[in-house]
Write a protein of this length. Structure first.
Length: 481
């Protein structure tokens, strides 16, 4: 039998369905709400990240106010004569170096010098046993005396034969023959004299003398050894230190400039010390090589220095500068005043009302301290030398005083917290006049700090004194439990 279900049963079956649908709708609304909250939070954080920071804890110039002048230092161009130098690297070489060797063989009897001693030309440095060479000299002298006695006898015979031939008592042929014998004997005597000179020279070689003035090096042979003329080491090496030479190189692009300057006169050459700043000696250019080294593309030059205080030593590497010309009445500014931009060099010129403007300049030459300006500036201009971090064309500046060189800190400065809670160096944000740039913000921070203390006093009673460094850290004082 078919029957129709009651309406109450149908309503009971539909009720769970409505509740499941409602729970699903509520779940979706909650998920959507959470998503919107998250997106809103992210958007707020992004907005905060792109906002300019109010307390200089960001990058350079993050807390600078555009309406405040930029502190700078300035200088005025001046006119002076500027020397033009060409820098090079070279090595010191002795002007003369001699290896003193023995010219004869024999036993070394004496050594008359001390290692490292300054010797003069002609000083006896060593002596060789002269016995053999003295005997050879005496033998040559005796041979000459013998030949001279024969010559005297032959001359007497010649005079006798000439008298007999004149009175027709003797043969003229005999007189001519005797005359030839006399001439022959005279030639033998001249040969004997040459032997004597040779023996005397050989005997003098037994004394080894200094050929030049200079400084003796380390002794190569000790007393008592047999020395030979063929020895390669020699007795000692003498090096001339006063004057002394320096060989240095310049790029091949400077050949024409050096030749043109050398044609006008003697060129001055300076040598620097180990610090690369102090000039220890000044000399003159004495020679230019006749060809370029193809392996390095440089030209060798030679200069001579007096070396009065022995500050230059053979084999030493030195920095050299060659003065090629002098720029007369050149306009000079500090090198720090010259800036480089996309289209060339320029300088910030301070105009009326301390407003700076960028002007292009042409630099002839510059070094670590000064720059020579060919065009773009005058002696009446004031150029900025320090403080370019926040400087721009058209900015207003305040010019400080540069009374002396900046003093370096003996130790790192104490670190502190800025009002925004970030760490920074103590004294950061101070201008060149010693005043803080954050006075207003510091005062505001103090006001907030005092206000927070008052609130805490009203809620939990008097607060304890803040710990040491509490103000520097920017943290609020803790309330008593």
């Amino acid at each position: 039998m078919l029957f129709k279900p009651n309406s109450t049963d149908e309503e009971k079956s539909k009720a769970p369905r409505k509740r499941s649908l409602l729970s699903r709708l509520l779940g979706r609304m909650v998920s959507l709400l959470v998503t919107l909250v998250i997106l809103g939070g992210l958007g707020y954080l992004g907005w905060l990240a792109f906002q300019p920071k109010q307390n200089g804890g960001g990058g350079r110039g993050a807390g600078a106010r555009p309406d405040l002048p930029v502190p700078v230092l300035a200088a005025t161009p001046h006119v002076q004569d500027v020397p033009v130098y060409l820098d090079g690297v070279g090595s010191v070489r002795a002007l003369n170096t001699v290896i003193v060797r023995s010219q004869v063989d024999g036993k070394l009897l004496k050594v008359n010098f001390v290692e490292g001693q300054d010797v003069k030309k002609g000083d006896v440095l060593g002596e060789i046993d002269p016995a053999i060479y003295q005997a050879q000299y005496d033998q040559a002298v005796a041979k000459k005396a013998q030949d001279e006695a024969q010559l005297a006898n032959q001359r007497i015979d010649l005079a006798r034969y000439e008298q007999l031939a004149a009175s027709n008592a003797g043969s003229k042929q005999q007189a001519d023959t005797q005359r030839a014998l006399v001439a022959q004997q005279e030639a033998i005597i001249k040969a004997d004299q040459a032997q004597i000179d040779n023996a005397r020279a050989t005997l003098s070689y037994t004394k080894i003398v200094a050929p030049i003035s200079g400084r003796a090096g380390l002794r190569q042979v000790d007393q008592g050894n047999i020395v030979h003329a063929s020895d390669t080491t020699g007795l000692v090496v003498i090096t001339q230190l006063q004057p002394i030479a320096v060989w240095f190189s310049l790029p091949q692009q400077q050949i024409m400039r050096v030749n043109a300057a050398a044609a006008k006169g003697t060129l001055a050459v300076d040598v620097f010390g180990n610090d690369g700043i102090t000039v220890i000696d000044t000399g003159k250019l004495t020679g230019i090589d006749n060809q370029v080294d193809q392996t390095t593309g440089t030209l060798k030059l030679k200069a001579e220095f007096p070396n009065a205080h022995y500050q230059l030593w053979p084999g030493q590497f030195v920095n050299v500068r060659l003065k090629v010309e002098t720029l007369t009445q050149a306009l000079v500014v500090p090198t720090s005043a010259v800036q480089r931009g996309p289209i060339g060099t320029f300088s910030y010129v301070i105009g009326e009302d301390n407003i700076v403007s960028a002007k292009p300049v042409t630099v002839t030459q510059q070094n670590e301290h000064d720059a020579v300006i060919a065009s773009g500036l005058t002696t009446s201009d004031r150029v900025v030398t320090t403080g370019f971090a926040n400087l721009a064309d058209g900015a207003k500046v305040v010019v400080g005083k540069d009374d002396g060189p900046p003093a370096a800190d003996l130790a790192p400065r104490k670190r502190s917290r800025n009002p925004d809670g970030k760490r920074g160096a103590q004294g950061e944000g101070q201008g060149k006049d010693g005043k803080k740039d954050w006075q207003g913000k510091d005062g505001e921070h103090r006001g907030r700090h005092e206000h927070s203390e008052g609130d805490q006093k009203g809620q939990s009673g008097p607060a304890p004194a803040p710990a040491a460094g509490g103000e520097q850290s920017g943290g609020a004082p803790k309330a008593q439990p």
